[in-house]
Design a protein around this ligand. Structure first.
Ligand SMILES: *[C@@H]1O[C@H](CO)[C@@H](O)[C@H](O)[C@H]1NC(C)=O
Length: 335
């Protein structure tokens, strides 16, 4: 018994002796707990999990990103665009020529490298073989890459045979934004009754959703607001890719609320040009020569595109109040 007591004594004594430090430990513990609580309560938005806005804040910001889909061999087209409509652009616009570089020839690679060094405006996709069959992937990869590295308000997708009146496009965007609808923008020349292609380079073998494609803005040029790009970029891995990139974008954006599909006859962006109108903001299917003379005229006329306006085919106003199959009746007198 005595032994036991003697054994216990030092322990009791030590506890008594450490009474104050134990309290200090408790205080330190509480302090830490409160600190951790506060950190978890207030920091997640800032440090622990940086949110979208912090991430967006660190990226270079532009009013408009212009993506011009090109291919490894189209240097002449790119140079023509650089010295024509891009020369009228401004610092709020960032443009990229997009080229897939998988399996290209060494000499193509060399040419692209020196072009990249000279102009710093190529967006090269090393994991994409550049061909008709991969266009949708090309658009998807590009949207992902641009979303990852840039902040912007709007994005234009066009081709290297499209002519864009950039300042007009920017002015229209300002106008649209100043209406204050706070809706997402999907702007271009819409088609709601396009036949599903069953042959040719654009054939769709696994379109099963409807007799027609869902309404989409045709691919020669269309504009999307940032949140739409973000939606596509974030869901890139689970989206269904159709053969045509423009059909795919229409499909991807089909379920979204709060989106304005703005049909605009000033987008001459179908697979065949409707002609020339001075109202056009985007014109598609131009040869290098077409583009050069259009731009020459644009400069001497201070903003007009054609010395003489003409129509190759009729246009339409989109009717959103009727079923898509009746959306798009071509009539004369529409640009
Ligand atoms: C759309 O179609 C309806 C029904 O035919 C018609 O009443 C209306 O005027 C059309 N709207 C436009 C903008 O063409």
């Amino acid at each position: 018994m005595t032994h036991l007591r003697l054994d216990l004594m030092p322990k009791l004594q030590s506890i008594t002796r450490w009474r104050f430090p134990v309290r200090a430990n408790v205080i330190v513990f509480l302090f830490t707990a409160v600190f951790i609580f506060l950190c978890m309560r207030y920091l997640p938005e800032r440090k622990c999990q940086p949110d979208e806005h912090t991430l967006r804040g660190n990226k270079p910001k532009y009013r408009l990103i212009a993506l011009i889909l090109s291919n490894p061999d189209n240097l002449e087209r790119r140079n023509t665009i650089r010295k024509t409509w891009l020369a009228e652009s401004d610092a709020t616009v960032k443009h990229f020529f997009v080229v897939g570089t998988q399996d290209i020839l060494p000499e193509q690679r060399n040419t692209l490298q020196s072009e990249k060094q000279k102009f710093d405006d190529l967006l090269l996709l090393p994991r994409l073989q550049d061909s008709y069959g991969t266009l949708t992937k090309k658009v998807l990869y590009t949207l992902k890459a641009v979303h990852e590295h840039y902040d912007f308000d709007y994005l234009l997708k066009c081709d290297d045979d499209s002519y864009v009146v950039v300042h007009k496009l920017l002015k229209e965007l300002d106008k649209w934004q100043s209406k204050g609808t706070r809706r997402e923008l999907y702007w271009g020349f819409f088609n709601g009754r396009a036949q599903v292609k069953r042959s040719g380079p654009w054939k769709e073998t696994d379109w099963i959703l409807c007799d027609h494609y869902l309404p989409y803005a045709v691919g020669g040029g269309y504009v999307l607001s940032y949140n739409l790009i973000e939606f596509i970029a974030k869901n890139a891995d689970i989206l269904k890719l159709q053969n045509s990139e423009d059909v795919s974008v229409g499909l991807w954006l089909a379920p979204l609320a709060n989106i304005e599909r703005k049909h605009d006859v000033r987008f001459d962006t179908e697979y065949r040009s409707r002609g020339c109108s001075n109202q056009y903001i985007v014109t598609h299917k131009l040869t290098v020569q077409n583009m050069l003379s259009m731009h020459d005229y644009y400069q001497v006329s201070l903003g007009a595109l054609c010395p003489k306006e003409f129509r190759n085919r009729m246009s339409y106003h989109y009717n959103w109040t009727v079923p898509p199959s009746q959306c798009c009746n071509r009539q004369s007198g529409i640009p």
